[in-house]
Ligand binder design. Sequence first.
Ligand code: KG4
Ligand code: ZN
Length: 381
Amino acid sequence: MNRFGPAALAASGLLHLARLDRFSLRSFTLDRYATPIAAAQLHAVIVLGLETSCDETGVALLDSEHGVLANALHSQVEMHRDYGGVVPELASRDHIRRLPSLLQRTLSEAKLGLLQVDAIAVTAGPGLVGALLVGASFGHALGYALGRPVIDIHHLEGHLLSPLLAQPRPEFPFVALLVSGGHTQLMQVNGVGRYHLLGETQDDAAGEAFDKTAQLLGLGYPGGPAVSRMAEFGVAGAFAFPRPMLHSGDLNFSFSGLKTAVLTAVRNVGDLCEQVRADVARAFVDAVVDVLVRKSLAALTRTGLRRLVVAGGVGANRQLRQALQRETQRAGIELFFPPQELCTDNGAMIAMAGLARLQTGAIATPLAFGVRPRWPLDSGN
Ligand code: KG4
Ligand code: ZN
C-alpha cells in the first residue's frame, strides 16, 4: 500500500479546496479527523463520489433519498488516442486539472454547497497508482477540511453496486458478471462487502480483448463501442473463432487465444475491406458474448441463485445485453443492468458504494490514507 501522511494530504488537497469554496477546519483527533456516522444515525445523507482510477474523472453527488443529484464526467479518451492506450502520467495530471471544476459543476447542478456534503467516497484501488492518488488525496483533504468521513472504495465494488442506482434494484444475494477493461469476473454477492469470487479471466479481460481487436481492425482506442457497431454489419459465420475455456468445467475465462485468432484471421485475409472487418468484428463479438452468457448461466446453476447483475464497461455492449436478456428470460432468471451511461467508469457508482458502506456500519476516517493499485475484491477491507 502506498501511504501518505497528513502533511502530504494537507499540502496536496487544501490548495484545491481554497479555490473551491469557503471552508472551515473543524477540530479533529490525532488518529482520525471525522466523526464516524453510525448506521443508526443515518437519515438522508449526501455522498460525494470521486473516481480517478484510470482515464475518466468522475464526480457525483448522491442523495440517499432522491438518488443521483449530479454526475459529471470527463473522459480522457481524446488525450490518450494518439498513444493507442492510457498513458499513466498524462492521466494523473489531467485528473488534477479536472477535479476542482467538476466538483464545482456538480455542486451547482445539485444546488448544494460544500458544507452540505455529509460523506465522501473515493476510489482507492485497483487502478493506476498516480491516478488513484490524485482522487484519494483530493477526497481525503476535502474530508479533513470539512470534518466529514471519507470512505475508501474498491473500484469493482462501485461497478458491482451500480445497478442499485437503477429501478428496479436487485436484492441480495445475486451473481454478478463484472466485465471491464481490466477485469472479467463472476462474483457471488451475498450483501454489501460480502463478495465471493466464482471465476475470473486467466489472462486478458473482455474489455481488453475488445480494445485489442479494435486496434487490429484499425478502429482506434477505446475499441469496445466501435467493434460493437461494426459487428452489426458483419455476416454471422463468415469467420469461426474459438470459445476459450467454454468447456473447462470451471467458471474461469481466457481471452488471449481469441485475440490471437483475430490476429491470424486479419493476417490471412490481407485485404481488410470494410465487409471483412465487419465479419471479423461479428465473429469476435459472437465468441465473447457466447462465453460470457454461458459462463454466467453456469454460475447461476452452480450457486442456485436466480438473479444476475451485469456491470462494467462491457456491460454497455448491445449484443451482450440482448443475448443475456434472451437467455435469462428463457431460464427464468432476473437480470439487472446499471443505467447504460453508468456502465463505464463514473463517480455515481463510487458514491453508491460509499452510501452502501455507510448504511452497513460506522466509518472511521484515519488521518493517513493510502491507495491499492492491486486489490482483490473478495479480500475483505
Ligand atoms: O469499466 P470500464 O469503463 O473501465 C474499467 O474499469 O476498465 O470499462 C472500459 C472497457 C473498455 O475496454 C471498453 O472498450 C469497454 O469497456 N467498453 C465496451 C463498450 N463500451 C465500453 N465494450 C464493448 N461494447 C461496448 N459498448
Ligand atoms: Zn471500471
